[in-house]
Design a protein around this ligand. Structure first.
Ligand code: SF4
Ligand code: SF4
Length: 99
């Protein structure tokens, strides 16, 4: 039975040179459903902003501003966390927007 190699003898593999961020990738191209916002219903609680995994909820002056569709991957979490009595976000099939 051969001896195990020490760490100095093992070839260098992958190197993670810096922290990753989803912002570097256009995750919006993954989307099959698109969130649609109803400004009349929104109470600007920003639960959607807090929970969006891709930072795709845009906020201005502490109010909901819109979606960053280059990074929104259409997961629907924003719709799920929007207070049920408010329901200001609805996921719609992407096909409704692109023919
Ligand atoms: S669907 Fe909503 S929670 Fe999901 S990535 Fe898009 S904006 Fe964020
Ligand atoms: S979770 Fe709903 S009510 Fe709250 S800011 Fe987002 S869209 Fe508006």
């Amino acid at each position: 039975m051969s001896e195990l190699k020490g760490w100095k003898d093992i070839p260098i593999g992958g190197v993670i040179a810096e922290g990753g961020t989803a912002y570097d990738y256009e995750t919006g191209s993954w989307r099959s459903f698109r969130p649609v916002h109803d400004e009349e219903k929104c109470i600007d609680c920003l639960d959607c902003w807090f929970c969006c995994p891709d930072g795709a909820i845009l906020v201005k002056d502490k109010k909901f501003e819109g979606f960053d569709l280059e990074h929104c991957k259409g997961c629907g979490i924003c719709e799920a966390v929007c207070p049920p009595k408010v329901h200001a976000i609805t996921m719609k099939p992407e096909s409704e927007f692109n023919g």
